[in-house]
Design a protein. Structure first.
Length: 236
């Protein structure tokens, strides 16, 4: 078993549904959108994902539900537990590691974390970046939550996946804030403004946060409508 296979096995045993490895060198520039002092000591990142509960996601119509908000929080907590377990394993192997919490925000104004879980997941082959900016995995579509670990363990990176959004406009049509521009990309967006009217997304999720029994800046509509990851009806 290679070191990469062993690391992914540890991730799956800890509870991850998907795991992939990304090379951090492409992000080590001032244009990467990540905090350079955070990623500088490390050469690779492990991206992990948990599949969201389909029944809970399917309850979402044009706004998040209390069940979705609670599930969102529960999955974030599980991701943090998983990264803690993997971090212990990497440390025991004699390498440095830093886990990045699932929903950590270091810039409240720009709504940005120290690193981009989505950018790392794309480079790690977890999925491609959809028109909604979400990572769309072949197995579960965008019905996933992500977390990342940074390490100096020598690792061979996985390869990004081909974008498969094509001419689909489901997320663009369904977005309650009319925030998705329906701009396609073969690889990735250089800035989120290429894909989103980000201020509209923030305004809409802020309205959702103010709703009774929500209290979180989440949405989930584009997650539900994406054709990738939807449960297929059973043929009797």
């Amino acid at each position: 078993m290679t070191r990469e296979e062993e690391l992914k096995r540890v991730a799956r045993k800890a509870g991850a549904d998907l795991a992939g490895i990304a090379d951090l060198s492409p992000f080590k520039s001032e244009l990467c959108g990540m905090q350079l002092d955070v990623i500088a000591p490390f050469s690779s990142a492990l991206s992990i994902a948990i599949h969201l509960n389909d029944d809970i996601v399917d309850q979402i119509l044009d706004s998040p539900t209390p069940d979705y908000v609670q599930h969102y929080r529960d999955v974030n907590a599980r991701l943090n537990d998983i990264t803690a377990n993997i971090s212990d394993w990497i440390t025991q192997k004699g390498y440095r590691v830093r886990s990045i919490p699932a929903s950590e925000t270091v810039d409240k104004t720009e709504q940005m974390g120290a690193v981009s879980h989505k950018a790392i997941a794309r480079m790690a082959g977890i999925g491609w970046q959809g028109k909604s900016l979400l990572i769309v995995s072949p197995q579960f579509g965008p019905r996933i939550r992500l977390s990342s670990l940074l390490t100096d363990m020598p690792l061979t990176a996985d390869k990004p996946l081909k974008n498969r959004c094509g001419t689909c406009i489901k997320c663009t049509q369904a977005c309650p804030g009319r925030a998705i521009k329906n701009t396609n990309t073969k690889d990735h967006y250089n800035t989120r403004d290429e894909a989103l009217h980000f201020n509209r997304c923030v305004e809409q999720t802020s309205k959702f946060k103010a709703l009774p029994d929500i209290g979180a800046q989440v949405c989930g509509v584009c997650v539900r409508v994406c054709p990738f990851g939807k449960k297929r009806p059973k043929i009797v």
